[in-house]
Write a protein that binds this ligand. Structure first.
Ligand code: NI
Length: 227
């Protein structure tokens, strides 16, 4: 399942974050790459351990944790500390699948990457190209979102970032280990959750059918969740 989550950051928060990270020192994006990615990847990245990356990363983590839509769709077990990248003219990241595991030694974080997320931090009018293209069983999807919006997609998908031809594409990207490893099960829970919330607006949260459906949601979560 791919999901667009609008307004994770407000325009003011994006501007503040850009001021913080734009002033920092960036390094070659291959610092975090596997050998295969290295062949395909040309971009710049904020060093993981830099003050700017830590501060801005914490802000991104806080923002997604506040987003009901993100929490309902991702059902996060652990959100990996967000990273930041930028692509200038002619920079690109060719087809790849993200590594299955991520280790962050400083904070002792080790996750299985179930979901990938990209939070766009540049206004789409300020650059050409730079679309995130995600392949799934329904074909390929091009994503280029307003600054402050996020796309959530299965980390198992083949994806790429199209070459930038003008301006700069700046984004935060990170991975999530979900309580629900399987994408299809997670999508079912999300659909059920959304349907319950929608129905509850009409009949009230206390209606017996809503109580029953909420119980079913919780019991499915209990059956499938891995802590
Ligand atoms: Ni990737």
């Amino acid at each position: 399942m791919m999901l667009h989550i609008p307004g994770v950051l407000t325009p003011a928060q994006v501007a503040e974050m850009r001021a913080l990270i734009d002033a920092a020192d960036w390094e070659d994006g291959n610092a975090t790459s596997g050998k295969q990615s290295r062949l395909a990847k040309q971009n710049l990245q904020l060093p993981e351990a830099s003050d700017a990356a830590r501060k801005a990363g914490a802000q991104v983590r806080e923002a997604v944790t506040r987003s009901q839509l993100f929490m309902a769709a991702a059902l996060p077990h652990t959100v990996y500390p967000p990273l930041f990248n930028r692509y200038g003219p002619d920079q690109t990241f060719g087809d790849h699948v993200d590594n299955a595991m991520r280790f962050q030694r400083d904070q002792g974080i080790r996750i299985r990457t179930d979901l990938s997320a990209t939070l766009f931090l540049a206004d789409p009018d300020t650059y050409d190209g730079g679309e995130l293209v995600v392949e799934d069983t329904y074909g390929s999807h091009e994503v280029k979102l307003p600054a402050g919006d996020l796309i959530l997609y299965p980390a198992s998908s083949l994806h790429r970032v199209m070459p930038v031809t003008r301006g700069e594409r700046v984004a935060s990207f990170f991975w999530i280990q979900s309580l629900i490893r399987d994408d299809a099960k997670r999508a079912l829970l999300f659909d059920l959750d959304v349907a319950i919330q929608t129905l509850a607006q009409d009949v009230g949260l206390g209606a017996p059918a809503i109580v029953s459906l909420t119980g079913t949601y919780q019991n499915l979560l209990r059956m499938w969740a891995e802590l």
